[in-house]
Design a protein around this ligand. Structure first.
Ligand code: TRP
Length: 352
């Protein structure tokens, strides 16, 4: 918050959000913890000026739990406010920034979209954009954005240098475009809120800076912490395959990965029975905290038992494995069914 200059989601804002529906656990637990101009979005909503939700994904590989986490919050936003939503697939971004072909990232866009749809977004109110497929609509907006951003700003925000390819330098304009698309489509100023990981704030800082000069409202942001990895790292990352659970993993794979997770346990059973474990550093506990244990009472009970040495890591891992596998079994089923509606959710009806 200090570095990026975002505001905390304080008690007053939490209180206000709770007047629209039951607060999502990710808000109560401070996982979604910071924002820009959410009060304004709510003021407009109260006046009858509905906002559009915008979020996205850079399709560089299979979807993992760390990606689903903020999407679940997006779903809560859509359900709570009953508003339209756009989801951007930046297949161009991952082609430019990674060692992947455009074919790779475009087919991943399809695969990732199935996961997104599986979470149950309203098919009538939700559109998926794939940058290269919707370029005719996005390009004029991206151009107007790009014209307002200097190379020196792009360098300062993203750390580019003379060896950066020029597509990457332009890219942030493409990520800004969907923030203005609802206004372009409606022919009037439509408020937009972007629920996303805090790592995306640099793009939207730039986007917000240029908005007034283009005659658009600044998009509002509501941001979450990054989902940790199973190995105890700060962020679940696809580059650490064994510490990452993909939506397509089998129960056996999940069991194996959770089994190897970093915990807050002691070296021996005797020691742990005596001294207890430390849930604060435990990846298994964090998974319960971030996604898999919605009941605060249950969560506190797990922490208490752990600290007292009443439960050991093996048991905790087994419980989490089961919760993840129950979730994934249902998710994989819905993911299959998503294939029937994915065509309808293509923005402007593009061919997948
Ligand atoms: N840049 C994001 C990524 O690498 C993808 C993305 C595009 C996005 N538009 C977004 C993420 C809006 C959050 C909100 O994954």
């Amino acid at each position: 918050m200090q570095k990026f200059g975002t505001s905390p989601i304080d008690d007053a804002l939490m209180e206000r959000l709770s007047t629209y529906g039951e607060l999502h656990p990710m808000l109560k637990r401070g996982i979604f913890y910071t924002h820009r101009d959410v009060k304004w979005i709510l003021d407009e909503y109260d006046k009858g000026n509905k906002f559009t939700i915008y979020t996205g994904r850079g399709p560089s590989g299979n979807t993992h739990l760390g990606h689903l986490m903020p999407w679940l919050f997006n779903k809560w936003m859509q359900d709570t406010f009953g508003v339209n939503m756009i989801f951007q697939m930046t297949n161009d971004e991952k082609f430019l920034f990674k060692d992947l072909t455009l074919e790779d990232t475009t087919s991943m866009a399809y695969q990732n979209a199935l996961d997104f749809i599986a979470l149950g977004f309203d098919p009538k109110k939700t559109k998926i954009i794939v940058n290269t497929k919707n370029i005719e609509k996005l390009y004029p907006i991206a151009l107007s954005v790009a014209k307002k951003i200097t190379f020196s700003t792009a360098k300062a925000v993203f750390g580019f240098d003379n060896s950066t390819n020029i597509g990457s330098i332009f890219f942030t304009a493409m990520q800004s475009a969907p923030a203005f698309l609802p206004s372009v489509d409606a022919g009037k100023q439509v408020p937009v809120v972007i629920p996303c990981g805090i790592d995306q704030d640099p793009h939207f800082r730039v986007c917000r800076d240029v908005a007034p000069g283009l005659g658009f409202p600044k998009p509002s942001l509501i941001c979450c912490k990054m989902m940790p990895g199973l190995s105890g790292g700060d962020k679940m990352s696809s580059s650490d395959e064994n510490a990452t659970i993909y939506t397509t993993d089998t129960p056996k794979q999940v069991k194996k990965k959770v089994g190897r997770a970093f915990t807050g346990g002691c070296v021996s059973v005797e020691e742990q029975r005596e001294k207890g474990g430390n849930p604060e550093v435990c990846a298994v506990f964090k998974y319960n905290y971030f996604m898999f244990e919605h009941s605060d009472d249950e969560l506190n009970e797990i922490a208490r038992k752990c600290r007292n040495g009443e439960i050991l890591c093996g048991e905790c891992k087994q419980c989490l494995t089961q919760k993840i596998n129950v979730f994934l079994e249902e998710h994989q089923d819905k993911r299959e069914k998503a294939k029937d509606v994915i065509a309808d959710m293509a923005y402007d009806g593009f061919e997948w």
